[in-house]
Design a protein around this ligand. Structure first.
Ligand SMILES: [Zn+2]
Length: 406
């Protein structure tokens, strides 16, 4: 039991009134109140307890460690599975004035050095440090953590997507298995395991693999009112389209795209509606739906990185591919039957992400970016899997393993 262990520095109980926590939430993140099990998770770790928190994707998991980081002494170490996710979170925290950094292979060496120097000072300015599970598994980084811990500067360790230690298999993220040593290395630092995977067997496995001690177990409701997987009835024509998992709006979009009925610049122009004349992805060609989804250099790069990440880079659209539907048809024929449903979902999801990305470029003036579209793509995969896209699961694993190295 943890209670009998001596309490060291930052691990001590630092209880805060819910009102106080709420005002921090409001000040930094602009929310008026906590949602779901957020407050309970925060209170659990602030009281020094381990916590297992099951929360749907998009349920606000990150608040469960970001708020403690803002009110607690010491650094909060966050271990997410993807570099893209940490880059995103760190950038958004910095925007809000929260001192956060990440350490990864993609980080420039002078940046890494600056972070290490900050950690070595007796009083680091950092509040949140994001690292990959691979880095935690190295002895040099573990030694660094030990130092922080011995100086009372490690406040909490949050393990995001904690199911990677279990259901996604040892082969998938062996480094997640190594996280089990955290409890032994830092016996009195609260561990927070977060996941959106609701399988009871997995939950049990996460708790035991991470050696959580007498953890507070929280399970948020998965009934989110405004999300697309609420058991909507699919109109017949969409249902017959493809035997793949996708929210109806995405399927409908694809249905329109394949029939060339989307509101691209050429079609708007025909109606005298104001719109950029050329494709905002490449600024070279006239924008048609086939171009956005398939022949544009941006689209081809996107498809290539995704398919390459799935070890089928050879199936990416070639330079002279002009029809998205034709390319898709050819591609799915080359995929083994057992994987075809998953691949169909990947293609629908990819096309949908390209379309959303294009809309952001057209309507919100956002700069097209491969890394940000890949990020959205991976987040959507997680969301679709939660929503019931079983065939995407294995694809998600392979992508998560390969894409974070891109
Ligand atoms: Zn283009």
């Amino acid at each position: 039991m943890k209670g009998v262990l001596p309490i060291k520095g930052a691990s001590g109980r630092e209880k805060k009134a819910p009102k106080e926590l709420e005002s921090v939430l409001n000040r930094y993140f602009g929310y008026s109140g906590f949602r779901g099990k957020q407050l309970e998770a925060i209170e659990a770790v602030l009281s020094g307890r381990d916590c297992f928190c099951l929360m749907p994707t998009g349920g606000g998991k990150s608040m469960c460690y970001q708020i403690p980081a803002l009110v607690k002494t010491g650094i909060v170490l966050v271990i997410p599975p993807l570099i893209a996710l940490m880059e995103n979170q760190v950038a958004s925290l910095k925007n809000k004035g929260v001192p956060a950094e990440f350490l990864s292979s993609t980080q420039a060496s002078h940046t890494k050095q600056r972070i290490h120097e900050d950690l070595d000072t007796g009083n680091p300015s950092l509040k949140l440090l994001y690292v990959t599970p691979e880095l935690v598994a190295t002895s040099s980084f573990m030694a660094k953590l030990k130092k922080l811990y011995n100086r009372g500067l490690l406040g909490l360790v949050a393990i995001d997507e904690a199911h990677c230690i279990s259901s996604w298999g040892h082969d998938f993220r062996p480094s997640y298995r190594k996280l089990s040593s955290l409890r032994k290395q830092f016996p009195d630092i609260p561990l927070l395991a977060l996941t959106a995977t609701a399988v009871p067997k997995v939950q049990k496995d996460v708790v035991s693999s991470l050696c959580l001690q007498n953890p507070v177990i929280l399970r948020a409701s998965f009934n989110r009112p405004n999300i697309f997987y609420e058991g909507q009835k699919l109109p017949q024509p969409w249902k017959r389209l493809w035997k793949s998992w996708a929210p109806p709006k995405c399927k409908f979009f694809l249905w329109l795209a394949i029939r060339n009925k989307c509101w691209t610049s050429d079609r708007l122009e025909m109606r005298g509606l104001d719109h950029p004349v050329s494709c905002l992805f490449c600024d070279q060609e006239q924008e048609t739906i086939q171009h956005i989804l398939c022949s544009c250099v941006f689209a081809r790069q996107f498809w290539h990185s995704i398919l390459f990440g799935l070890n089928v880079g050879n199936l990416s659209p070639s330079r002279d591919e002009i029809s998205f539907a034709d390319w898709w048809r050819k591609t799915s024929k080359k995929i083994h039957k057992s994987k075809r449903k998953g691949m169909n979902s990947i293609i629908i999801l990819g096309a949908w992400c390209l379309w959303i990305h294009r809309n952001k470029a057209v309507f919100d003036g956002e700069t097209p970016s491969l890394s940000s579209i890949r990020c959205v793509f991976l987040d959507e995969i997680g969301c679709w899997i939660t929503a019931g896209a079983k065939h995407l699961q294995s694809f998600g694993l392979v992508l998560a393993r390969n894409l974070h190295r891109v």
